[in-house]
Design a protein around this ligand. Structure first.
Ligand code: G6P
Length: 762
């Protein structure tokens, strides 16, 4: 309020001063105009009189002169007229004037008169008088003067009136402006600020209210944005603190974002953390209204981001957005998240050929189907392999550049795109602690053995101090593969490999999701009401809802799932027109033929099954064929009767865990493939074999008909597992294990490149 008042006062003073200045100027102009008028009028009158007076003076006709000047008596504003000879003696003069001239000799012109007329204003105690004096001539000789006297007092009174009006105007203007300004300041500034203050006060004392609405795009926008972010950080911090307190009460100690932050900082000491992955956490694009950003569909991103946020590290990843180059600095770095920067993203640029050979070719046509037993044949091309090596070296160079000034850096390499990276890093920086986490399954040695470059891949991986997988089974497969393919010593009791005198630990770290989303879940209407509304938006009327969320990838078993839905509707016709399955399908790797064909197959299967059963208001499958943000997916998770994960093979599958984490109502059933890593932890899901259509169809029925008590009991157990083994726990374990490893001294000689030993039969 005080600010509003101060602002108004300064505005009022400014306005008053300016108006006063203008009024002053105007009054002076008006007074001058009045004086000029009188002067002109008097001179004209004197001019015309002179012509009548001159002959009379010449003839010394003083009586006639007197008659002439007497005519000016009693005329409005004229005080009189007088005629003088060259010695200044009055020849004739309007009566009354003589007295005044005697009292005020200043009104008299000197006798030695000029030949040009003269006019002036004379201020007398009785008022101002205007005098105009004209010479009287006979030929070129001055024979006398004529003086005309006007009362100019009326000009003074008019000037006083002008002043009075101007001052009144200034006063009224100032009062009006002050009132309007005060009103506008109170309405436009005071009120919003007051609402914001009330809102912040309520937040501070723990009352959850909605942020006040401020005018969009106005001067308040930056303030509103910052305050809203501050408020949501406060809410999140309070929620985290409450959660910690609640867990302490329950004598549990779950991992939270805050706990990870403290833990990571403490474990890292002063060392800096670096992550490397192919997929970047934020992509920048050209949108209709400028540059926009998005988070790509990737479980890996979900998992690694909290660690980077916790310790302000550096993430090295491929720049793939079409506006990525415009958003980095001269070192190819950008601070992210874009709306709330907490760590650095270093972008690496790949040429089209590199992208094709490294990413599409070797990583996704070779290693991906090699590691997933989903019956898609891996393709190995020598040129792809060469690009894979080139790109691994390129990323190594970028990472080494970033780590240049850091002692004993801690490096988390992500996934099958960078099997060669750990060795490349360690060769140059033996002081670095390097871990690689393999986010996909590791198959048995026979399956992996078909890769022509398995020894080189294994050797690259064993450059790391720690190799992590989701499951113990994947660790075992890896150790078996190393045992078969490389010259090394396997220490099974420690789950370690010793190669050329260096140890690599091999450990399972089942990845997970964040238990508390960034934004706390909004309370929902009754799930079934919300469900009907959600389906209504998709143009479908149904009572029951099933949901699937996947990248459209052949490992996810999407066509198998759809055929199970078809079978379910065949076997249980009562559910026709009652049950709809929404498949959120994010297009992925579409330039690879197999993925392209799969997309066609999924669309065709959707249409075929829908044609078979659909009515004008209902259809069994809705296929939402685009990338959806987590926020968009949430309503489906939270209202679905069940979520279906039917991966033919999957390292972990975070959709299963995301679904469980989102069910704060403790309802909803998870149907989960036993070939997804998550099935080991989530044993309360309905476990299915995605190749078994009958079993899948029956599991849908079981999910829809499960008693609420059983549903709740299962969901409660799953939620407690996901809460306990969440992504912060995963990250904490990984960092903890890695930081316990003693790095080689920074001064130790760099490793020699170990030539990979060819395949060895064991
Ligand atoms: C899997 C991989 C990740 C990858 C993600 C998305 O989760 O393990 O490394 O980022 O799929 O695939 P994309 O090829 O689009 O990165």
């Amino acid at each position: 309020m005080r600010l509003t008042l101060r602002l108004s006062l300064s505005l009022i003073c400014g306005v008053a001063a300016v108006s006063l200045g203008f009024a002053l100027f105007q009054a002076r102009l008006d007074t001058r105009a009045l004086r000029r008028n009188l002067d002109m009028h008097a001179q004209a009158l004197a001019d015309s009189l002179v012509r009548s007076v001159e002959p009379l003076v010449e003839r010394h006709a003083n009586r006639e002169l007197q008659r002439l000047v007497d005519r000016f008596k009693d005329r409005e504003q004229i005080a009189g007229a007088a005629v003088f000879d060259v010695h200044g003696h009055a020849l004739a003069m309007t009566s009354d004037l003589e007295e005044r001239l005697k009292e005020n000799p200043s009104l008299m012109e000197p006798a030695n008169l000029q030949t040009t007329p003269r006019s002036r204003f004379v201020r007398l105690p009785t008022g101002t008088i205007h005098v105009v004096t004209e010479p009287l001539l006979a030929g070129d000789t001055v024979i006398g003067t004529l003086s005309l006297f006007h009362d100019a007092g009326y000009i003074d009174s008019q000037a006083a009136a002008i002043w009075r009006h101007a001052l009144t105007g200034v006063l009224i203007q100032t009062i009006l402006i002050a009132a309007v300004t005060l009103f506008m300041l109170r309405w436009g500034v005071g009120r919003p600020l007051q609402h914001m203050a009330e809102w912040l006060h309520e937040l501070r004392i723990g009352v959850e209210t909605k942020a006040p609405k401020m005018a969009d795009g106005g001067d308040f926008e930056p303030l509103t944005r910052e305050v809203t972010q501050l408020a949501s950080s406060l809410t999140a911090a309070r929620a985290a603190a409450e959660n910690e307190a609640r867990l302490r009460n329950l004598a549990q100690s779950s991992w939270t974002h805050e706990r990870l932050r403290v833990f990571v900082r403490e474990r890292l000491g002063g060392n800096r953390l670096f992550a490397v992955s192919n997929r970047e956490p934020y992509e920048h694009f050209h949108g209709a209204n400028g540059i926009v950003w998005s988070v790509p569909a990737s479980g890996l991103v979900t998992a690694i981001e909290p660690i980077l946020r916790a310790c302000d590290g550096t993430w090295v990843a491929q720049g793939t957005g079409d506006a990525d180059r415009e958003t980095v600095d001269q070192f190819d770095c950008v601070r992210v998240p874009p709306d709330h920067p907490q760590y650095s993203l270093r972008r690496v640029w790949l040429s089209e050929e590199e992208e094709k050979g490294f990413y599409l070719g070797f990583a996704n046509e070779g290693l991906w189907p090699l590691c997933h037993i989903a019956h898609t044949r891996p393709v190995f091309r020598v040129e792809d392999w060469e690009y894979y090596q080139t790109v691994n070296r390129k990323f190594a160079e970028a990472l080494l550049e970033e780590m240049e000034s850091e002692d004993e850096p801690v490096v988390l390499v992500q996934d099958y795109h960078f099997a060669l990276l750990p060795r490349l890093i360690k060769q140059v920086r033996p002081d670095a602690r390097v871990a690689i986490f393999w986010h996909i399954p590791w198959p048995n040695p026979e399956a992996f053995g078909i890769c022509p470059w398995q020894s080189e891949l294994l050797d690259g991986l064993l450059g790391a101090d720690l190799v992590g997988f989701h499951l113990q089974a994947h660790c075992n497969n890896f150790l078996d593969t190393v045992d078969r393919a490389l010259e090394s010593r396997i220490e099974r009791e420690h789950f370690a490999v010793n190669r050329h005198g260096r140890n690599t630990l091999v450990r399972p770290f089942p990845i997970s999701v964040a238990p508390d989303p960034d934004e706390p879940l909004q309370p929902m209407e009754l799930p079934h009401v919300e469900r009907v509304r959600l389906l209504g938006n998709l143009g479908v009327r149904a009572t029951f809802l099933g949901v699937g969320v996947d990248r459209v990838d052949y490992t996810k078993g999407i066509p198998e799932r759809f055929r199970a839905i078809e079978r379910f509707l065949e076997k249980y016709p009562a559910y026709r027109r009652e049950f709809t399955f929404v498949q959120v399908g994010s297009p992925s790797r579409t330039s690879i033929g197999r993925y392209h064909d799969l997309m066609d197959e999924v669309v065709a299967e959707t249409e075929r099954i829908n044609r078979r059963f659909q009515t004008s208001e209902w259809k069994p499958i809705v296929f939402l064929n685009r990338h959806h943000s987590h926020r968009e997916i949430l309503p489906y998770y939270r209202t679905a009767d069940f979520c279906m994960v039917t991966s033919l093979h999957d390292g972990m599958n975070l959709v299963a865990k995301e679904f469980v984490a989102s069910r704060d109502d403790e309802h909803g059933v998870l149907i989960l493939s036993r070939f997804a890593g998550a099935s080991l932890e989530l044993s309360d899901a309905l476990s299915v074999n995605p190749y078994d259509t009958e079993q899948l169809a029956d599991s849908i029925r079981s999910a829809l008909e499960m008693s609420p008590e059983e549903r709740r009991a299962r969901m409660q157990r799953m939620r407690s597992i996901v809460r306990e083994h969440n992504v912060y726990w995963w990250a904490g374990k990984l960092i903890d294990e890695l930081c316990q490893i003693r790095p080689a001294s920074a001064t130790a000689p760099a490793e020699e490149t170990a030539a990979p030993v060819p395949y060895r039969m064991s």
